[in-house]
Write a protein that binds this ligand. Structure first.
Ligand code: PLP
Length: 914
């Protein structure tokens, strides 16, 4: 054992992004130290040093361990005593068992013997190495946080009673963790991801005595905007329940109180599931805890499908593949059966009865599964889709937008929206995102631009036709809107505006408390509460008075307050399959629209029918159901881990001398202009100052950067983004990534990203950097020069990204209006006689410069940036032409190099509008 490594592995708390990582590292450091001690002994200089390290580690772990059931305060003290008594051999064995059980998760399945005289037969077993069938047979484990200021004796009484009421038939197993105060409860639920239920007892105190900065940080986050200092002790319990629901709404809270029922009825208890008056009725509490977790564990459709697959059936229906019949009888496709195994075919059916359900008219388990998803994602209604968010977007647009309605759309949105606008016959106003010229990427749409468009439409007397604002949150590159501010300020101008937030990449966000404040559903429900508050009406009246004669500039500069009668009408579409557990194409539409039932439901149904297959895939639906179960029970943990992984990548690249030379992770300062970063944050991590507090930034800034998306600038390697992706990462190292720009590549972490996959990525980047270093070392002067030219070509000479120009007058109702009839333009191009093809040459540039209006007849989508820089009916500006010419034309979708740019003939543009 290397003594040096054990001794020096005590980085400061500031080096850690999360307390969970800190905990894991402290335990493995303690294991190493204990093992070194057993090799070297406690004597001599080395021995003393090791002893001091071990003591320091115990000291560091003590305030952390009180929030976890395993190994638990009692066992922890036992280990500490072993050290005090210099019983090093036993200490080493016990610490090793704890550390291993923590890494492998073995403590979730069985009691870990900590005494050296007890044999731990499965000492080397790793939970993840077990067969899925074996793991599925075990009882899931969780922890219950009990909040009560009890002494040691009372605590033992609580524990013993909860253990006593366990029954063999219990579907789950849990262990209690007892903490004394409301503040400790809040730290506990943010730190310990094993907690599924919280029992708040009447004896709880208010303040935590824990002053470990990394844990205190949790309180700072939670307490923003909350004042608990003036609470009466009798309110601690109800207040704890309310705050728990605010931070982790998926958890079950139980309040045990001696206050009267009438008294309690008037309080906000968050999502408290039960109030108990009898402190000692442990069986009742136990059954409630299990029932509460089971409510989230249940998967109505997945279970129905499993049941169905067990029933013997005769198929006189479609689907020869059902029950694997067409495969088992085959002589030629046996490998398919062998590859997928029998269950998938047993579960393949076109039946909608026999315990199953119809996605198109759900009344049974699909309906139940959707309702549970609505609960999990904080929606009023949720609809499953088996053909991706591309379809969800079209459904929502068709349901809400009537032909001629004006829709404000971010112009770098996914193509499904552009097609949705065509189908719905919307009058489209494209909103420009701020460009990031240096990286040939777009940012997101500034609120000022959205307000400006709304105010313009208002001044033109068209506000009544404005129907919807459609934005992508987060963007592909991870830019996240201040959803609350956007909705509030837009409602102040247009109080019944419908919002569609494309959260294709943001389904996971609900389960991170920091993220949730920027999700459509999270904000929709707080906004509904806020609008009911008389303070909102007062603030609005006051502001109205102040803004009586305000001009546009003043309105743009003011944070507008929505009127109390504004309608909350919010839709979110999510590709569950992109960020959570679901088979490909599994997506959800979440709704929180006050007028859904009265106005939209029927149209929504029609739109759903328009776009949904009559043969939806049951496996996808079942996976959505299971994906929902997962996030309700462990979404918090997985999202936390995902952020940790991404932060680990940031830190490794920022601190590694060789990586720093060729790569750079783009920071919030790189991707968000200063004016939209009110907090002044520059980066999430920098080697001098450590980590920035994400929570505070997320509560304030106009835009924030989702840290789980890591954009790496690779221009310094001399390779463009696409070459780096395909030739280096994919072909050489088997690393898959999705998006690139001219000089960047995007690494997306997800809930499946592990610490080892992060380590592999860093290893690969180091290897690439080393190879480059070697190459340049041996390079001739000319080769070096060529490399430098390539680098500066990628970093400095990037063509500027063009703005949306305008729709041609032929597709607008007036010369000055921003909105255009994309549908008419789209179908006008169906007639080839209306179209012509032009080369992207100097002649075309001269014609544009001379003021000629040339109009695109197609969507033109260069990759990157991957969205249309021209839509049908759009006037081609000199900037757009210059941008296209600077690109390698083979990368432009919708453009045929052999023919040229598809444009409308002047005659077609003069044709009568219909
Ligand atoms: C912002 C956005 N919306 C929608 C979609 C379409 O989602 P799906 O692949 O689930 O159809 C994508 C796909 O990449 C996307 O990036």
């Amino acid at each position: 054992m290397n003594v040096q490594s054990a001794e020096t592995r005590l980085p400061s708390i500031g080096d850690y992004y999360s307390a969970t990582q800190l905990r894991a590292d402290r335990w493995s450091a303690l294991r190493e130290t204990a093992e070194s001690l057993s090799v070297h002994g406690v004597e001599g200089r080395q021995g003393k040093k090791l002893l001091a390290t071990a003591e320091m580690l115990f000291e560091a772990l003590a305030p952390i361990e009180v929030y976890w059931a395993f190994p638990g305060a009692h066992a922890f003290e036992h280990l500490r005593k072993l050290l005090e008594q210099r019983n090093i051999d036993d200490l080493s064995i016990s610490v090793r068992r704890v550390a291993r059980a923590l890494t492998s998760g073995a403590y979730r399945r069985r009691t870990i013997p900590l005494n050296s005289d007890e044999v731990d037969s499965e000492d080397y077993e790793d939970e993840s190495a077990l067969a899925p069938e074996a793991r599925a047979l075990g009882r899931p484990y969780f922890e219950v946080l009990i909040v009560d200021n009890v002494n040691e004796h009372q605590e033992r009484f609580l524990r013993n009673n909860l253990h006593r009421v366990r029954r063999a038939e219990d579907p789950f197993i849990y262990e209690p963790v007892v903490v004394p105060s409301l503040e400790d409860a809040l730290i506990g639920i943010l730190f310990n991801h094993n907690i599924q239920a919280v029992v708040v007892r009447p004896g709880l105190a208010l303040k935590s005595h824990n002053d470990l900065p990394i844990l205190k940080q949790y309180l700072k986050r939670v307490a923003s905007g909350e004042d608990v200092d003036d609470l009466q002790p009798s309110d601690y319990g109800p207040e704890a329940c309310r705050l728990i629901a605010k931070i982790r709404p998926e958890l079950d809270a139980y309040l045990i109180t001696d206050r009267s029922a009438e008294d309690i009825a008037g309080l906000d208890l968050g999502r408290c599931r039960r109030v108990f008056y009898n402190q000692e009725d442990f069986l009742e509490l136990h059954l409630n805890i299990l029932r509460g977790v089971n409510r989230r564990y249940k998967t109505p459709f997945f279970t129905a499908l499993k049941e169905y697959s067990k029933q013997p059936t005769g198929v006189f229906h479609a689907m020869p593949i059902s029950r694997g019949k067409s495969i088992s009888r085959s002589h030629w496709i046996q490998d398919m059966g062998a590859f997928y195994g029998p269950n998938i075919f047993l579960a393949e059916t076109s039946a909608t009865s026999g315990g199953l359900d119809s996605l198109l008219e759900p009344r049974g388990p699909i309906k139940e599964a959707q309702d549970m998803a609505a609960r999990a994602f904080g929606a009023k209604q949720t609809f499953f889709a088996t053909n991706g968010t591309s379809t969800c977007n079209k459904i929502v647009v068709q349901a809400l937008v009537r032909p001629g309605d004006i829709v404000l759309v971010d112009r770098d949105c996914h193509k499904s929206h552009h097609y949705g606008m065509v189908l719905a016959g919307a009058q489209v106003v494209y909103l420009d995102s701020y460009p990031l010229h240096e990286y040939s990427m777009y940012g997101a749409v500034p609120l000022r631009e959205i307000k400006h468009m709304l105010l313009k439409l208002k001044a033109d007397g068209k506000l009544d036709r404005v129907r919807m604002l459609l934005l992508t949150n987060c963007t592909f590159d991870g830019l996240v809107y201040n959803v609350e501010r956007v909705m509030e300020e837009c409602l102040a101008i247009k109080p019944d505006l419908v919002f569609l937030w494309d959260e294709a990449w943001f389904a996971f966000a609900r389960f991170g408390p920091t993220y949730r404040q920027r999700t459509a559903m999270g904000v929709a429900s707080t906004l509904r509460e806020k609008l009911k508050d008389p303070a909102c009406a007062q603030a609005w009246e006051k502001q109205q008075e102040k803004l009586k004669d305000a001009d546009e500039e003043k309105l743009l500069k003011t944070r507008l307050v929505p009127p109390p009668d504004a309608r909350v009408r919010v839709y979110a579409t999510q590709s569950t399959h992109k960020t959570l557990t679901s088979l490909r194409q599994g997506s959800m539409i979440h709704v929180n629209d006050q007028d859904f039932k009265g106005e939209v439901e029927q149209a929504f149904h029609e739109a759903y029918m328009t776009h949904t297959s009559t043969s939806p895939n049951y496996q996808i639906i079942a996976s959505l159901d299971v994906g929902r179960r997962q996030v309700e029970l462990e979404g918090f943990e997985f999202v936390q881990r995902q952020v940790e992984s991404a932060m680990a990548i940031r830190r490794a690249i920022a601190t590694h001398p060789l990586l720093k030379k060729y790569f750079r992770v783009l920071t919030p300062a790189d991707m968000i202009p200063e004016e939209y970063r009110e907090s002044g944050i520059e980066s999430y991590y920098n080697p001098e100052q450590g980590w920035s507090d994400k929570w505070e930034i997320w509560a304030r800034d106009e835009f924030v950067l989702d840290p789980t998306r890591v954009t790496l600038a690779v221009g310094g390697t001399g390779w463009d983004g696409d070459t780096f992706k395909t030739k280096i990462l994919m072909d050489k190292y088997g690393i898959q990534i999705n998006k690139t720009s001219r000089n960047t590549v995007l690494f997306m972490t997800n809930i499946g990203t592990t610490r080892s996959s992060v380590a592999y990525l860093i290893e690969v980047l180091v290897e690439i950097a080393k190879e480059l270093d070697d190459l340049l070392d041996d390079a001739s002067k000319m080769e070096k020069r060529s490399f430098e030219n390539r680098v500066s070509g990628l970093i400095e000479h990037v063509p500027p990204l063009p703005d949306f120009s305008k729709f041609h007058d032929a597709f607008r109702s007036g010369p000055d209006t921003p909105e255009g009839d994309i549908r008419r333009a789209f179908f006008l191009s169906y007639d080839e006689d209306n179209c012509d093809y032009l080369a992207l040459d100097d002649d075309l540039m001269r014609r544009l410069e001379a003021g000629e209006e040339v109009v695109s007849a197609s969507f033109i989508i260069p990759y990157p940036p991957g969205f249309p820089i021209l839509v049908p009916g759009q006037v081609i500006s000199t900037e757009i032409l210059a941008f296209m010419r600077a690109l390698d034309v083979s990368e432009i979708h919708g453009y045929r190099p052999d023919l040229g740019l598809r444009v409308f003939t002047p005659k077609a543009l003069k044709s009568k509008k219909k």
